[in-house]
Design a protein around this ligand. Sequence first.
Ligand code: 13P
Length: 254
Amino acid sequence: MRRKIVAGNWKMNKTLAEGTELVQEIKQKLQSGSTPQADVIICPPFTHLSIVADLLQSTNIGLGAQNCATEVNGAYTGEVSAMMISSTGAGYVIVGHSERRAMFGEANEITAKKVVAAIQAGLTPIFCCGETLAERESGQLFDVVKAQVSTGLFSLSAEMFAKVIVAYEPVWAIGTGLNATPQQAEEMHVFIRSLIRNEFGEGAAENTSILYGGSCKPSNAPELFAIPDVDGGLIGGASLTAKDFLGIVYAFGQ
Ligand code: 13P
């Protein structure tokens, strides 16, 4: 059975004090509430990782970064390596988020290097893919996602690929309040799983968690998570309050 996962991507939000408060609230609510039916992961900014790792000790809540360097170490001012992330106690890293692709020139080849760097440092990459509105409207959506997934992930060995979580994030649904309909999400998740099946076989396809991201909220999470090929969510805006984030976590049931 593949894992059900709800991961919060805080993006560039929350000071250290605000982030600490949010983590404490999420932790307390999860400890006093019923056991969630999905694994919970929090991805705060780099500066918060070490402190949040301490706060999350002896909980089941996972911790991830939002990006990592392609290189292991050296003269790369401002970069943070996967090994540095791992050394904070984090276990995950988001790779190839559309905001990094669009704003920081992260091409498919760069995401491929980051995935390798992450796995070699012992991290689980949460690999993002997804099309823009123009790409969807011109009918290129499947070609775009195929190129992202195959260049980003298909040079891995089967053993390395087994560590990967995929997140489908249609760019037109991110931060816009628009979300993919269940049919649109299902169609793309089935397509991504078929790409994995063709490359790594049935077992890998069945075992890979594919998350949906893009204006996922407590109100629409139940219908999205009811789709058999949607294994959870990568949540942006709604991960910034404990109420909304946990509303989405509990969309899998209590
Ligand atoms: P929103 O949930 O704010 O649309 O962001 C989704 C996302 O980019 C998560 O990585």
